[in-house]
Design a binder for this molecule. Structure first.
Ligand code: PGA
Length: 255
């Protein structure tokens, strides 16, 4: 059975104390709710990782992740953070290829594939994001765009490594805009992603990979989206900054 995952992406929000306090609110509320094949992951800025991970250690199925990593091992890369450094905080996951990294920081598929390798090499689980822009959706080229992101970003991985990653489909036009893909639009893309995985790898691997939806997911729309057969949870931006909203999204899997 595929893992059901709700991952928060705090982006560049919250100072250290605010982050610690939101995380303890979240963990106090979710600790009895997350069970079986469910996982909750909070992806914060680097500054929070060690404190949050120390706290999550005692909790089942609650994990901490970073939002980026360097593709380099170590050395003279001022301002960068390595996989080893992230791992040493106790964090276990890392978001790779978020559309803000692709668009604002010019991270291309080649760089992202190296970051994915580096994360896996050090035992971090990549949450690899793909998604099309509004223009690409309207022109109808979005399936090609998504296919290219998969092919150049993660399809070089071995069967064993590919089986360790989590994918997130985040249409760029839905991120932080209040516009959500309809459950049908999201399901159509998730099914397409799964078919692409099946043809690159095999059906068993395709059926085992969790594919999350992201983009203006909130307590009101999450249930309908997560009910679709190929949608295994969400990557949550804005709504992950409010403990009550985040918990309500986590609880979608408990009704
Ligand atoms: P949003 O962000 O939920 O605020 O749209 C999602 C994301 O960027 O991961």
């Amino acid at each position: 059975m595929r893992k059901k995952i709700v991952a928060g992406n705090w982006k560049m929000n919250l100072d250290l104390q605010e982050g610690i306090s939101l995380f303890s609110e979240i963990t106090n509320m979710v600790k009895d709710e997350v069970r079986g094949n469910q996982e909750v992951i909070v992806c914060s800025s680097f500054v929070h990782l060690a404190s949050l991970a120390a706290h999550s250690k005692s909790l089942n199925n609650v994990f901490v992740g970073a939002q980026n990593l360097s593709q380099e091992e170590k050395g003279a890369f001022t301002g960068e953070i390595s996989a080893t450094q992230i791992k040493s905080t106790g964090a276990s996951h890392v978001i790779i290829g978020h559309s803000e990294r692709r668009a604002i920081f010019n991270e291309d598929n080649e760089t992202l594939s190296k970051k994915t390798d580096k994360a896996l090499e050090h035992g971090l689980t990549p949450i690899f994001c793909i998604g099309e822009t509004q223009e690409e959706r309207e022109s109808g080229s979005f399936f090609d765009v998504l296919k290219k992101q998969l092919k150049e970003g993660v399809f070089h991985l071995s069967d064993v490594d590919f089986s360790k990653i989590v994918l997130a489909y985040e249409p760029v036009w839905a991120i932080g805009t209040g516009l959500t893909a309809s459950p049908e639009q999201a399901q159509e893309v998730h099914a397409f992603i799964r078919e692409e995985i099946a043809s690159q790898y095999n059906q068993e691997i395709a059926d085992s990979i969790s594919i999350l939806y992201g983009g203006s997911c909130n307590p009101k729309n999450a249930a309908e989206i997560f009910a679709k057969e190929d949608i295994d949870g969400g990557l949550i931006g804005g709504a992950s900054l409010k403990s009550r909203d985040f918990l309500d999204i986590v609880n979608v899997f408990n009704v």
